[in-house]
Design a protein around this ligand. Structure first.
Ligand SMILES: [Zn+2]
Length: 157
């Protein structure tokens, strides 16, 4: 009897822990593993254990119909190692991220499939540089098209 209760208690704790982190794995019928959230990250962001793949970023965008951005916050190690990955969500055509000298915008999605950076995207890259971050190139994942790279000057070829 007490064994059963103990087991149940453990299971419940595990579930609550996952909720507290707001992140969980979502296994798809085709075998893909996606990351999902119990609430949208918004401009507060939700930290993930490792960098999400383009496919995982695409999944989130299709699932919620808004832009998602993936940011690496540089850590104290060599070349910024030991940092953390955070996911942010916005509206159908914008997403807001915090910018400081440790900010590296890995990528963001374009739900509408626009395969070029917007004026705001270019300004953001300039702002990241201005803040003292070493980052110069970021990526856009246009839904339904191939990922592109860009700098504050525009699309990279
Ligand atoms: Zn954009």
């Amino acid at each position: 009897m007490s064994k059963g209760i103990s087991g149940l208690f453990k299971g419940t704790r595990g579930f609550l822990h996952a909720l507290a982190e707001d992140v969980f794995d979502r296994f798809m019928p085709n075998g893909d593993k996606n990351i999902d959230f119990s609430r949208l990250p918004g401009s507060t962001g939700i930290q993930v254990k490792k960098r999400l793949t383009d496919k995982q970023m695409t999944f989130l965008t299709n699932e919620y119909g808004v832009e998602f951005a993936q940011v690496y916050e540089r850590g104290p190690g060599k070349n910024g190692r030991g940092g953390k990955y955070t996911i942010y969500s916005g509206t159908v055509n914008s997403v807001t991220i915090p910018v400081n000298r440790n900010t590296v915008l890995i990528n963001h999605t374009h739900p509408g499939g626009t395969a070029s950076p917007s004026e705001k995207d270019l300004k953001l890259m300039a702002l990241i540089k201005q803040a003292g971050s070493p980052q110069r190139t970021s990526a856009i994942i246009p839904i339904g098209k191939e990922t592109i790279k860009f700098t504050s000057k525009g699309k990279k070829r």
